[in-house]
Write a protein that binds this ligand. Structure first.
Ligand SMILES: [Zn+2]
Ligand SMILES: [Zn+2]
Length: 480
């Protein structure tokens, strides 16, 4: 029997609602949907901008993060490609092929951009991301240097701009290659997890500013607003109740808004505990995060990776994988969005979320699919005392995309891309090896331990406490 129009519409509505619910409950789908919406919004914005200035501005966006180059031109663009995607598909026979992106493919390695005819007399303007240091006055009146990233317009002759662009193309293609490789490697890993493994995708969400339903003006404009740090994560592991790999969203929140290595360490503890609760057979942890130097990718984090075993004896291997800079948003982003939206909604219903405790309470009452854990400021401070201040820096930290730790090894293996085929401690045969990083607690007392270098010593708790004692009494020891 044919349905009437009203029935058909009702069914469509129901379908839509069901689909939306499904997306809302799955952090990965949610992140994907958000990404789609973001792209759509960007596109309409760009069209709006273009129509606002007819014949005047045409924007070519070649995004390479720090190397971002963007051209706007008063006459005509010397190249036809409108954005970075078009540029990649012009230069490579296959946009996602490693060989093409590294310019090793015989078919496309010599491909160049086709420049149109242009006159070198009329200047063009392009934009470049630039870091500048400015002196700012803090609240207490102290002068402090702060780094800002600005979009700097550069006006120059077309030929100079083209030369600049040519020097950026190869680094840009290898950047695209890093994005691709990291994404596909981690996706494959997630799909083929064994029972003893877990993937933990972590990311700091933007701090949430606590608010009251009714705010007096002095509160709104004054500096009395408190903030909360949200460390969001998704754990992928075997769930024995359903017999399959299931993503579980966890958020650790803290009233201390530090985002440094010590804070991350404190946030990781309840997270790993939760993973082991879901699956007690886990012995291998794979972390996935984005790669800001100030948070996850630095020598302090490398050290912390080697120390996790102190609290979790069952963990024998850890890999920390970094997505390419600026491209790490994903599932955890969705977790943060759900939490903030819930809190905002409750405020709009008249609920006060003015302090940390009421924020936790509201979330625990109203969010179903996300496990919430609290990290105390004390535990962050405690972790800070455990991190040695004089760690050796690793040359080339900026290219590290994988750190591997093994309980029987005294050093970390660092790779420029993730590889799970080559074993820890090995030089990756796929050309991804960067170097080894030896974990030494204190450079002053390194020689004392030379004899026992090959002994498994990295992870032992006892050794660490002994070392900290020695640290304190350094002078004493040398005097002896
Ligand atoms: Zn090719
Ligand atoms: Zn390899």
């Amino acid at each position: 029997m044919a349905k009437t129009k009203a029935e058909r519409l009702a069914q469509q509505r129901l379908c839509k609602r069901r689909k939306y619910l499904e997306i809302k409950n799955d952090p990965e789908l949610y992140a994907l949907e958000k990404e789609k919406q973001r792209a759509k919004y960007k596109k309409t914005e760009r069209l709006k901008q273009a129509s606002a200035f007819p014949n005047k501005v045409s924007i070519v966006n070649v995004e390479t993060d720090e190397l971002s180059e963007e051209k706007s031109n008063s006459t005509e663009d010397p190249i036809g490609e409108k954005n970075s995607d078009e540029l990649v598909s012009h230069l490579c026979c296959e946009a996602r092929n490693t060989k093409c992106l590294l310019r090793e493919c015989i078919a496309c390695k010599d491909k160049v951009l086709n420049y149109k005819e242009f006159s070198n007399d009329s200047n063009l303007t392009y934009f470049k991301w630039k870091k500048i240091t400015k002196e700012v006055l803090t609240k207490k009146g102290i002068k402090k240097k702060q780094v800002f990233t600005v979009k700097d317009p550069i006006t120059t002759q077309p030929l100079t701009a083209i030369r600049e662009l040519e020097t950026l193309i190869n680094p840009f293609l290898s950047h695209v290659n890093n994005i691709e490789v990291q994404y596909t490697t981690m996706k494959n890993l997630k799909l083929n997890l064994t029972i003893s493994e877990a993937v933990i995708h972590v990311d700091f969400s933007e701090n949430y500013a606590l608010k009251y339903a009714d705010e007096v003006q002095s509160f709104h404009f004054g500096g009395s607003r408190q903030q909360v740090a949200l460390h969001t994560s998704v754990i992928y592991s075997h769930d024995f109740s359903i017999g399959a790999i299931r993503p579980i969203s966890v958020c650790t929140i803290s009233s201390c808004i530090r985002h440094d290595a010590a804070a991350i360490w404190a946030h990781l503890i309840p997270l790993i505990k939760q993973a082991l609760e879901i699956n007690p057979f886990i012995t291998i942890l794979h972390f996935l995060s984005d790669s800001p130097i100030s948070q996850y990718r630095n020598k302090f984090m490398f050290y912390i990776i080697s120390q996790i075993r102190n609290e979790f004896k069952c963990i024998s291997r850890i890999s920390w994988n970094y997505t390419e800079a600026g491209h790490g948003k994903g599932a955890p982003d969705g977790v943060g969005a759900v939490l903030k939206r819930t809190a905002d909604r409750m405020v709009s219903y008249g609920r006060d979320i003015g302090d940390f405790d009421s924020f936790c309470e509201v979330l625990k009452e109203n969010v179903e699919n996300i496990i919430i854990k609290i990290v105390k400021e004390d535990s962050i401070k405690k972790k800070e005392t455990l991190i040695p201040k004089n760690l050796k820096p690793f040359r080339g930290t900026l290219s590290v995309h994988q750190v591997l730790w093994h309980t029987f090894s005294a050093k970390l293996t660092l790779r420029k891309q993730s590889c799970f085929l080559c074993d820890i401690d090995e030089h990756c045969v796929h050309g991804k090896h960067l170097g080894f990083y030896e974990i030494i607690e204190d450079s002053n007392i390194k020689h004392n331990y030379n004899d026992s270098e090959n002994v498994m010593m990295l992870a032992a708790t006892a050794r660490r406490s002994v070392l900290t004692d020695i640290n304190f009494n350094n002078d004493l020891i040398y005097n002896l």
